[in-house]
Design a protein. Structure first.
Length: 266
């Protein structure tokens, strides 16, 4: 059996040797075909081919069967340092290890990070890192980009955008299906929230009727008085009593709550 196995392996070894040599020495056009080879050794040899360029590596990084060790080798290739597209392609490959992808994130543009966070194949670690990178940039991100981001961002980024409280950004956030009620509640209850932002929550078809949010809006002293009065009419009695005794509200709001209680016979 040992002799037979050795005899069978010899042609395989010769074939692999030929593929390795071809990968090292072939021209640009043939190199695209080499990028499809299933053997990591052959692909590793191709990385040392002088004809290898950015286009070959972009084609290669579209593969989902590359090993972490091979992707580390790609990251060390000189072309990556000079190419924005290669950095993006490396980060977007789900097999790229965090040790490679995380240092590349600062090189990505804002909406490249947003796309990475949305991709179904993105790992949880990659998504979290992309979201953190986006949030770190928000203070210096132009308003137009923040509005666009609000329409497509993940829940974590939306939470950060909502906390800014800018009604121009809050409104598209409220329409984003990824937004969580906890983020809306934090805005509605925040003493830093503007009346305009609170009113945007109250106008939202998706959020306006939620009891927890109505309660938070009523308790917020920044809620516009006409909105406060309109919500009082539908507030439960226990809520009206809490509002009448609240230390956060002004005398006028307490008076309106007391009047509503008396109107209902309490």
């Amino acid at each position: 059996m040992a002799v037979g196995s050795s005899a069978n392996s010899a042609p395989l070894d010769r074939e692999l040797s030929l593929r390795l040599h071809h990968a090292l020495t072939c021209g640009k056009e043939e190199l695209f075909q080499v990028m499809l080879d299933p053997a990591m050794e052959v692909l590793g040899a191709a990385l040392r081919n002088p004809a290898l360029d950015e286009n070959h590596l972009l084609a290669l990084l579209g593969r989902l069967d590359l090993t972490e060790e091979f992707l580390k080798a790609v990251a060390r290739h000189g072309a990556v340092a000079e190419s924005h597209q290669l950095k993006v392609a490396l980060v977007r490959n789900p097999a790229t290890p965090a040790a490679v992808s995380l240092p590349l994130l600062p090189h990505l543009y804002l909406f490249e990070l947003a796309t990475l966070a949305e991709l179904p194949g993105t790992t949880p670690d990659q998504r979290l890192a992309a979201e953190r990178a986006i949030i770190q940039r928000l203070p210096t991100t132009p308003l137009g980009n923040r509005i666009t981001l609000a329409r497509r961002a993940t829940a974590t980024v939306l939470d950060a955008l909502m906390k800014e409280g800018d009604v121009r950004v809050v409104e598209p956030c409220l329409a984003n299906p990824r937004l969580k009620e906890a983020s809306v509640f934090q805005l509605a209850a925040s003493p830093r929230a503007s009346g305009e932002a609170i009113a945007a929550v109250a106008r939202s078809p998706r959020w306006a009727s939620r009891p927890n949010l109505k309660g938070a809006i009523l308790k917020n002293p920044n809620t516009p008085l006409p909105l406060f009065g309109a919500l009082l009419a539908a507030a439960p009695v226990h809520e009206l009593r809490n509002l009448a005794e609240s230390g956060r509200l002004t005398g006028e709001r307490k008076r309106l709550a007391e009047e509503e209680l008396r109107r209902r016979g309490f």
